[in-house]
Design a protein around this ligand. Structure first.
Ligand SMILES: NC(=O)c1ccc[n+]([C@@H]2O[C@H](COP(=O)([O-])OP(=O)(O)OC[C@H]3O[C@@H](n4cnc5c(N)ncnc54)[C@H](OP(=O)(O)O)[C@@H]3O)[C@@H](O)[C@H]2O)c1
Length: 279
């Protein structure tokens, strides 16, 4: 049986929890092989083990051509470091025999409060992960993704159209599109991400590489704890706009974007819980 992402090689950052974990699971379930990353090595290894156990059940149940060996390989480390980024992309090539053709730039963190009220001791880490790390990953991924099709071979016709698309998918946020004064420091990092994504999209589109932005609203994950949300405040928000999204809701959208034919680009998806009016 062929599934939507059979043959694709993916890299997903921030995959030990929340949205990245759901993306890794969904991509593997749809037939992709996946290199996953996060800083907590033990948690990440467990995620990879679970995905590999599930895929070997599938192998027994059907004739999917996944070949031998694991479908999911963990690479632990801080993905805002260039050495870790290189390791991730090199691992995809070494483990699965070709450059990754689907790179999901997901790792990031929130921060409760605004420019005026948020904890300044958290600013460095957030800016490094959300902006500088994402930029470094996009830059390295761009080089690899463009190398998959020789220069000059992405015209109106050609073999590239018969192959799967090459994708860079970046997680932004609704607060990277709408200013929310209550989360303006975190939102500011996502405004930067949105600007970078659109710039890189314009640079890579002529080369046949799809650069897509996914903008979630409220998603229940470890995000709220890491950001330091007041649980009573968050409970009130959920009463008003809930149920919130589940990480799997975002993962399905990403698999949909990546599984389009090579000439179709869904460049931007904004997902909110149905009752979330704003931001
Ligand atoms: N949840 C929401 O409501 C929401 C809404 C809009 C956008 N987003 C965005 O969605 C993305 C994922 O968030 P989430 O909700 O899934 O949060 P989460 O549950 O806290 O997961 C974040 C993931 O990123 C990893 N991570 C954080 N910093 C990292 C670093 N420097 N290097 C490598 N891995 C790192 C974490 O693992 P380790 O701690 O093990 O490193 C974890 O696996 C983020 O970019 C976030 O800004 C979230």
């Amino acid at each position: 049986m062929t599934t939507a992402l059979s043959g694709r090689i993916a890299v997903v950052t921030g995959a030990s929890a929340g949205i990245g974990l759901a993306i890794a699971q969904e991509l593997a379930a749809q037939g992709a092989r996946v290199v996953i990353n996060a800083r907590r090595a033990e948690v990440l290894k467990q995620v990879a083990d679970d995905i590999n156990a599930k895929s070997s059940e599938h192998r027994k149940a059907d004739d999917r051509q996944l070949g031998e060996g694991p479908v999911c390989v963990p690479v632990a480390g801080d993905c805002s470091e260039q050495g870790v980024i290189d390791q991730l992309l090199n691992t995809a090539k070494r483990s699965f025999g070709a450059e990754a053709d689907l790179v999901v730039v997901n790792a990031g963190r929130g921060l409760s409060g605004s420019v005026l009220t948020s904890d300044t001791t958290q600013w460095d880490e957030m800016v490094r992960t959300n902006i500088l790390g994402a930029a470094a990953m996009m830059r390295s991924a761009a080089r690899r993704l463009t190398s998959l099709v020789p220069e000059g071979e992405t015209g109106q016709s050609g073999a590239w159209l018969k192959r799967a698309g090459r994708d860079m998918i970046v997680i932004g946020s609704v607060v990277g599109r709408n200013v929310s004064p209550y989360s303006s420091m975190y939102g500011g990092t996502k405004f930067a991400v949105h600007g970078m994504v659109e710039g890189v999209r314009r640079e890579l589109a002529p080369k046949g590489v799809r650069v897509s932005l996914v903008e979630p609203g409220f998603v229940i994950s470890e995000f709220q704890g890491v950001a330091g949300y007041d649980p009573a405040w968050f409970k009130g928000v959920m009463e008003k706009i809930g149920p919130a999204l589940d990480p799997a809701d975002i993962a399905r959208a990403i698999a949909f974007v990546a599984s389009q034919p090579a000439h179709v680009h869904i460049a931007d998806i904004l997902l909110r819980p149905t009752r979330q009016e704003y931001p």
